[in-house]
Design a protein around this ligand. Structure first.
Ligand code: NAP
Length: 281
């Protein structure tokens, strides 16, 4: 019986066990997936002794995604480029790491806005944290025409310029100048924590956006953030954050349990009910 886990500090909020145990049941695989709290000072020891922990691999979440790189035997080119891993697996006794967040975002975008093409589009990304890094990397790989980043802390946005390519330049605008960047935007992505339950709201008037623009928010608590509500009311196609969470999980499941799982409406509804049992959002 294969076992996997999600590690973080704290970890009690994670919905990953709900997702993976649904897939294990759905595919009739005798396996398990659990939460493991791992303190920062214990991370290196934990990752070097995954097999002793009885695990075939793990997901890595806050605050370990960057530090984990220093404790793996191998990381793929994507993880090296992004400087972060969220998925680890054992192969021939060695630990390997990759990042599935960017792929998860792209798959979610494709599911929610099937006719939207990133290639040739102008993308505006709000935020420059770990999730933004992964998403910007994926947008560059999909050859967006331009990526513009706005972040409260300018220096963090500047650091993401290095992910750009000849085909997809990454540029930066000051947070207060954000409204001026809206009219040219084909895809707006919020990767900040703003709008998340318990955080401040994202104060942004979407009126300057063109009607065809797609609006994505990777925050998934609440399921429908005020940004998405505003975008929907204005007639934009929207991409909720829960889709990214579900799609990024598929990579690890396939590596550990040998089956590529599907993100179905049934799974979406299961996790959505866990986030909001009253179905308010
Ligand atoms: P992170 O590395 O800590 O980055 C946080 C980002 O939010 C930074 O850009 C930060 O700006 C910005 N921010 C935080 N508070 C702000 C405020 N009061 N005003 C303006 N900007 C603020 O976190 P992360 O891992 O990138 O995650 C960011 C969000 O995405 C979280 O809500 C997380 O739950 C969500 N997420 C969702 C998924 C998914 O699968 N759907 C995956 C990963 C993350 P500064 O640089 O100025 O601090």
């Amino acid at each position: 019986m294969k076992r996997a886990a999600v590690i973080g500090w704290p970890i009690s909020h994670s919905r990953s066990p709900l997702i993976h145990n649904y897939w294990l049941r759905h595919h009739g695989i005798a396996g398990s997936y659990e939460r493991r709290p791992v303190e920062p000072q214990a991370l290196g020891h934990f990752l070097r002794h995954l097999a002793d922990e009885g695990l075939t691999g793990c997901n890595i979440t806050i605050p370990h995604k960057e530090e984990a790189l220093h404790h793996l035997d191998h990381m793929d080119a994507l993880a090296r480029r992004l400087g972060a891993v969220n998925t680890v697996w054992l192969q021939d006794g060695k630990s390997h790491g990759t990042s599935s967040d960017g792929h998860g975002f792209m798959a979610s975008l494709a599911a929610s806005a099937p006719n939207f093409s990133v290639s040739g589009s102008h993308v505006l990304v709000l935020g420059a944290g770990g999730a933004a890094r992964a998403i910007v990397g994926a947008l560059v790989d999909e050859e967006a025409a331009t990526i513009t980043i706005a972040n409260r802390t300018l220096g963090r946005a500047e650091a993401l310029r290095a992910l750009g390519s000849r085909t997809t330049p990454v540029c930066v605008v000051d947070w207060p100048d954000l409204p001026a960047a809206l009219p040219a935007c084909d895809l707006l992505v919020n990767t900040t924590a703003l709008g998340m339950a318990g955080q401040a709201a994202l104060e942004l008037d979407l009126a300057p956006l063109k009607p065809s623009a797609v609006v994505a928010d990777i925050v998934y608590t609440p399921l429908e953030t005020p940004l998405l509500q505003q975008a929907k009311a204005r007639g934009h196609r929207v991409v909720p954050g829960l889709g990214m969470l579900l799609h990024q999980a598929a990579t690890g499941f396939e590596l550990w349990f040998g089956r590529r799982p599907e993100v179905t409406q049934e799974l979406y509804d299961l996790v959505a009910r866990d986030i909001d049992p009253d179905g308010r959002s």
